[in-house]
Ligand binder design. Structure first.
Ligand code: ISE
Length: 340
């Protein structure tokens, strides 16, 4: 069987996934697209010879669509589409964050728990990145002893003008909210967010840049994170884990080195689509394989992971607004469906 995928949202990330499903994913075909901007959906429908739906709801309901990818913006538009897909009993992939509010994520947890089967996968693609996977393996196997500290940086070259303080957390640091606890295998105890006095002149009204965050897990591991989204440099993601007997860190994937005129230059990624291309391809292939087997990979990011990251993000926002104190991360009870 070839899985007929419908994609809702044809913007920056949506068009990247459209190209991926149409050209690089085995066992699936791009069957339809929808976007609030009709001309955009029409453009991709024509380019890839697939169906154009006027609304996301129509796409979800169509008998010609087996599974759905939700890549809409703003991010609080994900959950209504995800719930609709669940109502129709269809598998759905939601880009990160699942929502901007933990309460909305809880509605998805409730709906999926009622069905009693995992139908949702959340787009925390870093879990599929070869570098992060090597770090996790070393931690799980205790190769360098126990992990003690993590130092992480999340830098973007520049932001759009309607990107504000909360986006630095719920859109950007949400990746670390997920990856940090996944790497060390422990839930969060407390988190904090601090605004340093020195701010870049390249930021705009409503956005503090850079920001510094901390994460403390229940098993005592501490992480610091720099979020700097106007670094005027490159898409620069770093993660170093300090263990008892060594450190292990990501390197930026190097694609070419040019040597000329007594200089050597290596290219560095400009954006996430380039830096995490292998991770995005692997996560969508994993989702498609799971849907075709009618059983999502138990290690794929779940609705619960989406909720957990949002609860941590809420606590980070609270800390930033309440004078940078450490805020507890309080999760509801984890339903059996999400216990591996
Ligand atoms: C974007 O949505 C992403 O997911 C990128 O990975 C992140 O670096 C960027 O800050 C977000 O805006």
């Amino acid at each position: 069987m070839t899985l007929r995928i419908g994609i809702i949202g044809c913007g920056y990330k949506g068009s990247d996934h459209i190209d991926r499903v149409a050209n690089r994913i085995n066992g699936a075909t791009l069957a339809g697209v929808a976007d609030i901007k009709q001309e955009l959906a029409e453009k991709y429908a024509q380019k890839y010879n697939c169906k154009h739906f006027e609304t996301g709801e129509e796409l979800i309901e169509s008998p010609d669509i087996d599974a759905i990818m939700v890549v809409t913006r703003p991010h609080d538009t994900h959950v209504p589409f995800v719930l609709k897909a669940l109502e129709k009993g269809k598998y759905v992939f939601s880009e990160k964050p699942l929502s901007t509010s933990a309460d909305d994520c809880k509605r998805v947890v409730e709906a999926e728990t009622k069905i009693g089967k995992r139908l949702v996968q959340v787009g925390f693609m870093r879990r599929y990145d070869n570098g992060y996977r090597q770090i996790k393996k070393a931690i799980d196997e205790g190769t360098y002893g126990k992990p003690l500290l993590l130092h992480m940086t999340h830098r973007n070259e520049t932001t759009v003008s309607d990107y504000y303080d909360n986006d630095a957390i719920v859109e950007t640091a949400i990746h670390e909210c997920d990856i940090m606890h996944w790497l060390v295998g422990s839930d969060y105890d407390k988190v904090s967010c601090f605004i340093p006095g020195a701010q870049t002149k390249y930021t705009h009204e409503g956005l503090h840049d850079p920001q510094v965050m901390t994460f403390d897990t229940k098993n005592g591991i501490h992480a610091d994170l720099e979020v700097f989204v106007n670094n005027h440099n490159s898409y620069d993601i770093n993660c170093e884990v300090v263990c008892e007997e060594g450190t292990i860190a990501l390197t930026s994937p190097i694609f070419t080195q040019v040597k000329t005129q007594e200089r050597a230059q290596t290219s560095i990624p400009q954006n996430d689509s380039f830096r995490f291309r292998q991770a995005f391809d692997s996560e969508i292939q994993d989702w498609v394989n799971g849907v075709l087997a009618d059983h999502l990979n138990p290690t794929a990011p779940t609705t619960w992971d989406g909720l957990m990251a949002c609860v941590a993000a809420d606590a980070l926002e609270k800390s930033r607004d309440n004078g940078f104190v450490k805020e507890p991360v309080v999760l509801p009870e984890r339903p059996d469906l999400y216990k591996n």
